[in-house]
Design a protein around this ligand. Structure first.
Ligand code: PLP
Length: 382
């Protein structure tokens, strides 16, 4: 089956009891035992497993494993951060993890702050050159975390090269695939061991549900068992209603991402030629340093380079804030991947210690008509 077909059908079938075509939500936290004390229908307690969550996990695994010969398994979480925490909780005190120098700031603070207090060792390197990953390896390195394209500079990392380096050192490779989504990039095809999503973003796609997910290969039983343990015991699970919203959103993911990518490409080209713009970070631009890798890794199927771009306006922070202040159609807000276009002054949300250039605005392109979006940016930059 092709990705579009899976997006509509994976994890969904008419309810055998009522014939309902749309999946039911099962809010129950507890499930009945048989007379012999067993659980013949598989579910015990909703933190452990729930039918609506299981449907979502099945669908996410199908999409990330699409085109791969190896089946996958999915785990859903209450947020992207809960999913990332579960991955890091598979590690032990003294273990070493290598992460990108440009990445989602929550991941940076989780690995380099909160879990550093529990003995995790983290190094942050520029992954545009895989040699930097090789140079950072230590005997205790257990995990290489990749985020590509990265947040907010859209640095592109070569997943196959980095996964190869990780494996040669006996470490696993995890990829935060939130920005690319399985529509554009399927990390398992490039050797990754774990795929992570903030489903809050493109998978949810409507700015109305917070969630996270992990997907692993079905034959990696040891890793799956560790992640299940973290999901069950740390308890960062999503509500059945949130799972149902995400399952509904998945059906339109391929259409949304392709439309958003097409508009973002047009907006990136427009901004790159604008006199008030210093530079544009978008992997679809031929001038982007990661364009050649992204062409293989993201756009192999011709679906595009994603709906996210960052723009550095000429001048400093005040000039960037002034542009953001003048938009009428874009909403000034954090987050990304939804139907409405957002614009954000990134350094000020990342806070003290942020390495993000002060004149940078991050743009999440939504599903409005691209001509309306271009007109809005044109007015704001004038
Ligand atoms: C938003 C985001 C996260 C964190 O996800 P939450 O759902 O906010 O916890 C992680 N990685 C990336 C790339 C993100 O954009």
């Amino acid at each position: 089956m092709k990705l579009e077909t899976m997006a509509v059908h994976a994890g969904r079938q008419p309810d055998p009891a009522s014939g309902a075509v749309t999946p039911n939500i099962t809010p129950s936290t507890t499930f009945e035992r048989a007379e012999d004390g067993s659980y013949p229908r598989g579910h015990v307690y909703t933190r452990d497993s729930n039918p609506t969550r299981a449907a979502l996990e099945t669908a996410l695994a199908a999409l990330e494993g699409a085109g791969d010969t190896q089946a996958c398994r999915g785990l859903a979480f209450a947020s992207g951060q809960a999913a990332t925490s579960a991955v890091l909780h598979t590690l032990a005190a003294g273990d070493h993890v290598i992460l990108p120098d440009d990445l989602y700031h929550g991941t940076r603070h989780l690995a380099g702050g909160l879990l550093a207090r529990w003995g995790l060792r983290a190094d942050f390197v520029d992954m545009r050159d895989p040699a930097n990953v090789a140079a950072a390896l230590r005997p205790e390195t257990r995990l290489v975390w990749v985020e590509t394209p990265s947040n907010p500079l859209l640095k592109v990392a070569d997943i196959a090269a980095i996964a190869g380096i990780a494996h040669s050192a006996g470490a696993r490779c995890a990829v935060d695939n939130t920005w690319a989504t399985p529509v554009l990039q399927r990390p398992f095809a490039h050797g990754a061991d774990i795929v992570m999503h903030s489903t809050t973003k493109y998978i949810g796609g409507h700015s109305d549900v917070l969630g996270g997910a992990l997907i692993v290969r079905a034959d990696d039983d040891a890793l799956y068992a560790r992640l299940r343990e973290a999901q069950l015991l740390a308890g960062g699970v999503p509500s059945p209603f949130d799972c149902w919203l995400l399952l509904r959103s998945l059906a339109t993911l391929p259409l949304r991402v392709r439309a958003q990518s097409a508009s973002a490409a047009q907006i990136a080209a427009y901004l790159a030629a604008h006199p008030a713009v210093e530079c544009v970070h978008y992997p679809g631009l031929a001038t982007h340093p990661g364009h050649a890798v992204a062409a293989q890794q993201m756009n192999a199927g011709g679906s595009g380079y994603g709906g996210m771009l960052s723009v550095q306006v000429r001048g400093g922070q005040a000039d960037a804030l002034a542009v953001a202040a003048r938009v009428r159609l874009f909403t000034r807000a954090t987050s990304l991947g939804a139907v409405e276009s957002l614009i954000e002054h990134r350094a000020s949300i990342e806070g003290p210690g942020s390495a993000t250039p002060p004149n940078l605005l991050r743009v999440s392109v939504g599903l409005e008509h691209v001509e309306d979006l271009l007109a809005d940016l044109s007015g704001a930059l004038a």
